[in-house]
Design a protein around this ligand. Sequence first.
Ligand code: O7E
Length: 217
Amino acid sequence: MQKNTGLIFAADLENGRRAINITNEISDLIDAVKVNYPIILSNGLQIVEELSRTKTVIADLKIADVPHINRKICRNVFEAGASAVICHGFTGKNSIEACIETANQMYGDVYVVAEMSHPDAERFIHHASKEIINIASQLGADGLIAPANDPKRLQKVRKQSKNMRILSPGVGVQGGGAKTAIQAGADQIIVGRSIYDHREPRQAAEKIVQDIGYTNP
Ligand code: O7E
């Protein structure tokens, strides 16, 4: 996935038409559109194909199964038009590797969840993040996911991951700021509700892109 504005739109809408309309409306302001279970379960995998006509699609299925199932999940979403998948890291080397091998065969990217942004995330995943980052790095993952609303943890992930790309959710409704997250080490910011729940989604996206520090060349 190319980095340009630094903004990734999380299209967590059950209404596929609305997701497509907003994606079209802000398409020049975003690097990619991220789809998760709500939109895929409501609209089928076809929504990946439809969105991919406008924008690079990241399939955020937080894949976390045994290796042969991970391969099938990845193959299905790549065949539908996704350019990248997101998998969990806590499942360990073999499960992450299955995603990366499949992605390599299908010219896709894999991002691995290193830390999460919700309350109580620290109970389990944060203890494992250092090892997750090491495994993701050794296996050649394209990047990591780490929380924008916890700049200290984000900084830590940045330090441990050296120059791996970091995509960061948690801006807006979850309390994080785009500028702070970029300063803490994020490369790209993932935003959903602050865009799609805004009266003027384009205005909201423009403001975030400004906060990221993107300037039109
Ligand atoms: O709070 P919002 O509305 O801006 O939505 C945030 C999006 O980021 C949503 O799609 C959610 O699934 C995702 N996310 C988190 O909020 N926290 C995390 O720790 C991880 C993710 C995520 O996207 O993981 C894979 C990128």
